[in-house]
Design a protein around this ligand. Sequence first.
Ligand SMILES: C[S@@+](CC[C@H](N)C(=O)[O-])C[C@H]1O[C@@H](n2cnc3c(N)ncnc32)[C@H](O)[C@@H]1O
Length: 196
Amino acid sequence: MDKLFNKYYDRLMQPLETKIFGRIRKQLLSKAKGKVLEIGSGTGINFLYYEFADQVIAIEPDPMMLEQSLIKAREATVPIEVVPGDAQKLPYPTNSFDSIVGTLVLCTIPDPAKALAEIHRVCKPEGTILIFEHVRLNHLVLGKIQDWLTPVWKRLCVGCHLNRNTLETVEQAGFRVVQTTSMCRELFLVIEARIK
Ligand SMILES: C[S@@+](CC[C@H](N)C(=O)[O-])C[C@H]1O[C@@H](n2cnc3c(N)ncnc32)[C@H](O)[C@@H]1O
C-alpha cells in the first residue's frame, strides 16, 4: 500500500492540486526567501513554485518519492538539492536557514513536536516558517469523525493523521504565529510563523 501511495501520489493529488492546492502553494512559496529548507518534500510538488529563494535544500525520507523529486528539482528555476533525511533529526547547524517550508507533512511525521523543535533550532532568529496543513476541525461531531477515521486513514495514506492540531503544536514549539489563513471550513490551514 505504501509503495502504491508514494508511486501514484502526484496522480492522486492532481484534482486537488488543480482546484485548490496549487494556488495555496504558489502564494505560500512566494514568501520563501534566501536559504530555504523544505521538510518532507515528497515528489517535489512545491519545487516549481519557488521564485525568490536563493537556494533550496529539500529533505525527504522516502526513496521512491525522493527519486521522483529529482526530475522536478532539475526543472525548477532556483537551485534545489534533494537529500534523504528526517525532520525530527536535522543534520544542519543551529541558525542556518532563512525560510523553512513544510506542506502536508506535519500530519505525517511521527513526532511533529520534535520536528518543530528541530526547525526552531535550524531557523535563523529573523527567519520564517511557512506551513500548509490539513488539521483537526474544531467541531464537536466532525472532529470526532476525524479521530475515528485516523487509524484507518493512517494505514491507507502512509502515516497521515487527520486529527492533528498543528497550530497549537507550532505555538507550543515557541514560534510566534504572524498569520494564519484557513480554507474549506477550516480543514486546511496556512501558517506563517517566526522565531521572534
Ligand atoms: C502527504 S506527503 C506530502 C508531500 C509534500 N510535502 C506535499 O506537499 O505534497 C507527506 C510527506 O512527509 C514525508 N515524511 C514522513 N515522515 C517524515 C519525517 N520524519 N521527516 C520528513 N519527512 C517525512 C513523507 O515521506 C512524505 O513525503
